[in-house]
Each structure stands twice: as C-alpha cells, then as structure tokens.
Design a protein around this ligand. Structure first.
Ligand code: CA
Length: 233
C-alpha cells in the first residue's frame, strides 16, 4: 500500500554516519540521529532502531502511538544503562522519529530534532516539533523560524533518547488519505535544504530519497543525512 524509498549518506564533512534508519514491515518507519563522542552516536542510534524493531515484533498490530512510545522508552532504558556501564558511551543519545501506517490510520512517536513531514496535495506540513533549544525560542516568539535555521545553538537538543531518565515523548495519530507522501528525515537534510525545495522534490522526483540526499550534498552536506519517503497509493 505504501511505496517506500530510503537512503542515508555520511555527508561531505563527517567521517562517521551516526544516523540509523529502518523500515519494519508492515509499513513502519524509523529514523534516528545519534550523538556522542567517538562511535557512541552510532551505537545509540543503532540500539534505538534495533530495540524498536524487536519490541514491535513482539507486539500485536496495529502499532499505535502508545506502543511506539513504549518502544522508545525501552530503548531509552537500554541506552542509559549501557552509557552508565561504559565510560566511552557516557553522554550518548539519539533522536527517534517513528511512523506506523495501518490502513487509514497513521501513528507516530517522536523525540529530538529529526522530523516527520506530510505532503498532502500542495500542503507540506511538519507534523513533529523539534525538541531543540531554538525551537523553544521560536515558540516564545524570541526567534523567527528563519533565524532558528542559522542560529549557532540550533543543534542543542532539550532531550534525546538515552540521555535523560524522564523522557517526554510526543505522540499522536491521524487519518491517512490516498496520495499522502510522508517524509522522515534527520537534520542533515533540513539544515541544508529549505522546506519548499524538499516539497518540490517529493512532488516531482522519480527516486525521491536519492534526490533529497543529492540536494543536501549539493547544499554542502555538512552532516549525516537520512531520509525515508513513503507514498500512500
Ligand atoms: Ca544530525
């Protein structure tokens, strides 16, 4: 029912790809952007996607937003425990953005500054809010979204999976319409490419995941970039 494209790229500047992404049947998509020194970011994001996958495989479908949030909480415990046990993993964490489609229903859960977008007709909408310091300032009216995009503290998260014991997970559900196109992506895309350009690529590209990666690289590719695109027939 959903046509799915996915791609990830280390970018042009970094040496490691700390992003992880996974497509879990049926129609469930996860992106995670890890952070932490050495290889800790990769460990955290990988642990997130693997924990979500194994948790969901043991849960009866539909995987609604509460089940998705439980999976994230389990990953939070696991990453925290590993970071406590091993010095080199201290302070690691990861974003988590998960979308699960079940017939006409969509469910999502979200922590951090990766994003879920929906293109419906001409309306391109970000369905998740960034858990970032600059987003807090935007909501208070102290920064415009344009200022936030280039702010020196734009990478500072107010929470991440595996970084704090008391995690607040955004979660919601909504009705899917035929023709909806969903995009899950890490900030390596959204920091490099404007929303309007992203929407245009989703509308026109034959191979949208590859085209989005190419756009991020052409804009400088300063970060790892990961995308999953799911189009609903
Ligand atoms: Ca990133």
């Amino acid at each position: 029912m959903a046509k799915v494209y996915q791609a990830t790229h280390v970018g042009k500047v970094r040496h490691n790809n700390e992003d992880s992404l996974i497509v879990i049947e049926p129609s469930t998509f996860v992106v995670a952007d890890g952070m932490g020194g050495a290889s800790a970011g990769e460990v955290a994001s990988q642990m997130l996607v693997e924990t979500v996958k194994s948790f969901l495989s043991k849960s009866p479908a539909p995987w609604d937003e509460n089940i998705l949030a439980q999976a994230v909480l389990l990953a939070n415990d696991k990453i925290l425990n590993l970071a406590r046990r091993q010095e080199e993993y201290r302070g690691m964490g990861t974003t988590a953005t998960i979308l699960s489609l079940d017939g006409e229903q969509a469910y999502f859960a979200h922590v951090g500054d990766s994003r879920l977008y929906r293109l419906r007709g001409d309306a391109f909408e970000q369905l998740t809010a960034d858990h970032s310091y600059v987003e807090t300032l935007v909501r208070r009216g102290e920064l415009t979204p344009e200022q936030a995009r280039v702010h020196p503290m734009k990478n500072v998260l107010i929470q991440a999976v595996g970084a704090i014991p008391e995690l607040f997970i955004d979660k919601d559900n909504f009705k899917v319409e035929r023709g909806d196109i969903f995009l899950l992506c890490t900030d390596g895309l959204t920091n490099m490419v404007e929303d309007a350009t992203i929407a245009e690529i989703l509308k026109t590209a034959q191979s949208p995941a590859d085209a989005l990666i190419r756009a991020a690289l052409e804009a400088g590719g300063k970060d790892n970039v990961s995308v999953i695109v799911a189009g609903v027939d």
